[in-house]
Design a protein around this ligand. Structure first.
Ligand code: GDP
Ligand code: IMO
Ligand code: MG
Length: 423
């Protein structure tokens, strides 16, 4: 069997959690391959709402195996909070959640470093989630990191060395902090981690593939936040793209199957950085209001704008997307016209490929389509789609060159329409 990958094509929050949950019944194993508690994946079903940060979104559909892969960075304290909250609502994960020994640990001082680096950048700050993501991946790459497997051997010494290095950096930045209380809780959370199966996940996943078990890999963030191909430096610190699944789970590129690329019918971004189609007018406010565009983890207001096909095509190319999934279609239900950016004007020239610099100098060139003025939230099948909605889908498929296989018309698990396979 091969690993199917589901990942975001925009700046995150496309609705990955919802769709992973919907697709889970078709798979034996769900695995996260990168990112950490900077993610906030929302799932809604049976009138309940859950927000997952580090735990894969396959935990609610029967006894599927869920894996936190080696490419993830894990904060034991936030993980314990997340797992305990789930246990309190009747979802005990100890038997079905496995954690890679090679996943890196987010230390309390990583979070402090995240805040210190942001403060030192002033107006140029990235607007991180403050979860210590960048500093933890920095330590991984510079070979100073601590991994989950380290908690089983000689941990105190390794921890003291890492902490001393962080304290020296913070002193050099004149950054004062007191993480004593946080540290005590964090250390106690390490023991909680030991209740879970700490595994060599690359071996386990490859064994599953040999046994013909199906695996769905769940991405976090989105392609435009990728460390290599996103809007650098306003990105996260991991490879959010399909290739990140290979390194983040130990899966060969030859074992990648379908690549599901997920996008909103419009576009959002949270934090700083360029966003060519951002709207600063009442249309942007309306998208924000109707789409409830506030960060699931930080509560920050998300910036809103029209769909950007230049960026989407780039993301599809980088990931080799084989099927598209369009989310939040219902949010545009009451718009008379809908715009889609098909090119940028840069220094007077029309550009259709994603440029190196995306800054204020970029002017989006739009195509305008008629809105559908129909309540999409009750739709059960694509036969019910209004003509204008079908026109929007056809337009996107022609522009992007990949079929839209799933359409989401509301936050609930049930508000998901799988289109006919011959589309
Ligand atoms: P993720 O990080 O990609 O999993 O996405 P988030 O959970 O951060 O953000 C997506 C938000 O949109 C969540 O609040 C979802 O409940 C909600 N959502 C998902 N699909 C739809 C949809 O089709 N329509 C509407 N109105 N909301 C949706
Ligand atoms: P999900 O998985 C949206 C953004 C932050 C910031 C930048 C770097 O829910 O889609 P970091 O804390 O990673 O160093 O922040 O990336 N960011 C996200 N934006 N959705 C996310 O995750 C994000 N994770 C990080 O806002 O701009
Ligand atoms: Mg999110």
């Amino acid at each position: 069997m091969k690993v199917d990958v589901l990942l975001g094509l925009q700046w995150g929050d496309e609705g990955k959690g919802k769709v992973v949950d919907v697709l889970t019944p078709k798979y034996d194993v769900i695995a996260r391959f990168q990112g950490g508690p900077n993610a906030g994946h929302t799932l809604e079903f049976n009138g309940e709402k859950y927000i997952l940060r580090s735990i894969p979104s396959g935990i609610f559909q029967g006894g599927k195996i869920n894996i936190i892969g080696n490419g993830v960075v894990l904060d034991p304290l936030l993980f314990r909070q997340e797992a305990e909250a789930l246990a309190a609502s009747g979802h005990d994960l100890t038997k079905k959640l496995f954690i890679s020994k090679k996943a890196h640990l987010i230390l309390p001082t990583h979070r402090v470093l995240d805040a210190a680096y942001e403060a030192s950048k002033g107006a140029g700050k990235i607007g991180t989630t403050g979860k210590g993501i960048g500093p933890t991946y920095t330590d991984k790459i510079s070979r100073n990191g601590l991994r989950v497997g380290d908690i089983l051997h000689n941990f105190e010494e390794k921890y003291a060395t890492a902490k001393a290095k962080h304290e020296a950096i913070l002193a050099s930045l004149n950054y004062t902090f007191d993480s004593k209380e946080l540290e005590a809780e964090w250390l106690s959370a390490l023991d909680y981690l030991k209740r879970f199966n700490l595994i060599d996940s690359e071996q386990v996943i490859n064994d599953y593939l040999k046994e013909e078990k199906s695996v769905l890999a769940e991405g976090a963030q989105g392609t435009m936040l990728d460390i290599d191909f996103g809007s650098y430096p306003f990105v996260t610190s991991s490879n959010t793209i399909c290739a990140g699944c290979c390194t983040g789970l130990g899966v060969s590129p030859r074992n990648i199957g379908e690549v599901f690329g997920i996008f909103k019918a419009y576009c959002t971004r949270v934090g700083s950085g360029p966003f060519p189609t951002e709207l600063f007018d009442e249309t942007g406010d309306k998208i924000c209001e109707f789409g409830h565009e506030f960060g699931s983890v930080t509560g920050r207001k998300r910036r809103c704008g029209w769909i950007d096909l230049v960026a989407l095509k780039y993301a599809i190319m980088i990931n080799g997307v084989s099927q598209l999934i369009m989310m939040k279609s219902d949010v545009l239900d009451t718009f008379e016209t809908i715009k889609a950016c098909v090119a940028y004007r840069v220094n007077g020239e029309e550009v259709t490929t994603f440029p190196y610099e995306i800054n204020e100098g970029i002017e989006p060139i739009y195509v305008e389509l008629a809105g559908w003025n129909t309540d999409m939230t009750k739709m059960q099948s694509e036969d019910e789609f209004p003509e204008e909605f079908n026109n929007y889908l056809t337009f996107l498929e022609e522009e992007l060159g990949v079929p839209v296989k799933i359409v989401s018309v509301g936050p609930d698990r049930e508000q998901t329409i799988v289109r006919y396979t011959d589309n």
